[in-house]
Write a protein that binds this ligand. Sequence first.
Ligand SMILES: [Zn+2]
Length: 402
Amino acid sequence: MSLSRSGARVSELKRRALEALDALAPEARDLALRIHANPEVGFQERQAVEWVSAALRRHGYDVEAGVAGLPTAITAAARGGSPGPTVGLIAEYDALPGLGHACGHNLMAAGMMAAAAAVKTVLPELPGGITYYGTPAEEGGGGKILMLERGAFAGLDVALAYHAGDHMSYATGCLAVQRIDFMFSGRPAHAAGAPWKGVNALDAVILTFNGVSALRQQIRPDARIHGIVTDGGQAVNIIPERAAMALGVRSLDNTYVRELVGRVEACARGAAEATGTTLEISRDLFHDGIKFNPALAEIVKENARALGFELTPRVSGASTDLGNLTQAVPTVEYTLPTCPPGVGMHTREALEAGAAEIGLTGMLNDARVMVMTAIDLLASPELVERVRRDFQAGNFSGTSLA
Ligand SMILES: [Zn+2]
């Protein structure tokens, strides 16, 4: 087949799949609104999983629930007409505690369901296959990290993800993060009657914060250290026997985060030494930064352009468990506007947009780009090869924050 004939064939497949997506729009909107109206926090997304699974089954996908030992993790797979690469659509559906769907995860769950169903209509004419990954607890639970560690992404060749936002972009980097919990233990005593008999755990927390504040002047501009006191003592008239704090350490560079974690922990050990308290440190799951894949971003950019959207590179000041996946599988994450300019995620305005026309329209635009990109990858082995080469060549991540 000549190049132009294969090009014409790919265009024809895209045209038919996008037509199918238009027909699926009412179903996708309804699903997005239902998930928005029933927010479920990380690892408790039972209703969302049930609705998404039912829709994917109806559209011909084999759904596996309870993936990687996580009750609300799913995979849904469909194969094409012949052997070939597997393209993954990486969806989320968890809400924010107390706030609801203010991060647009309802738009990911529903839009990617529709994208998967739309590609399915032309899949018999393509090699390879599509797998929809329903990944739980993105907001701090690290669902993808657990799924990755437990082999849920084995056999996946390329991963496609989009995220809600107010911009038109593809991610070239994000902050890696390590959350650390510190617990200091001392000895209680009457704070007025015999304070000299006490060992003050709160002093250790305060000294740790002061140590970190001094350290902050000497860290790279892309690094962030931020935290809260989670236990400041038990009563005013008792020398605090117990005090605790939590810190987040972030940077664009995974290695640098690990180095800073060592220095922050040294501040806490020094504070324990100074106050005579004992210290327990516990580290949360390490969230990697994004490994950028230029070849993959190029395909997404072309498809967005064909729909009239000009995507620009963007380094995100947030962190995501998608970062860990990008280190293991070539991945792209992009955004078409789902909320008005200037609206940040995790706000009441983002919450409203997630159920408004701007959110639902953005979701369908994101899904269109996903459909076209999946078809490009399945139809053209040379594109997958190029993506693989970029992945092996190394890390192209952004080095400064926008
Ligand atoms: Zn979020």
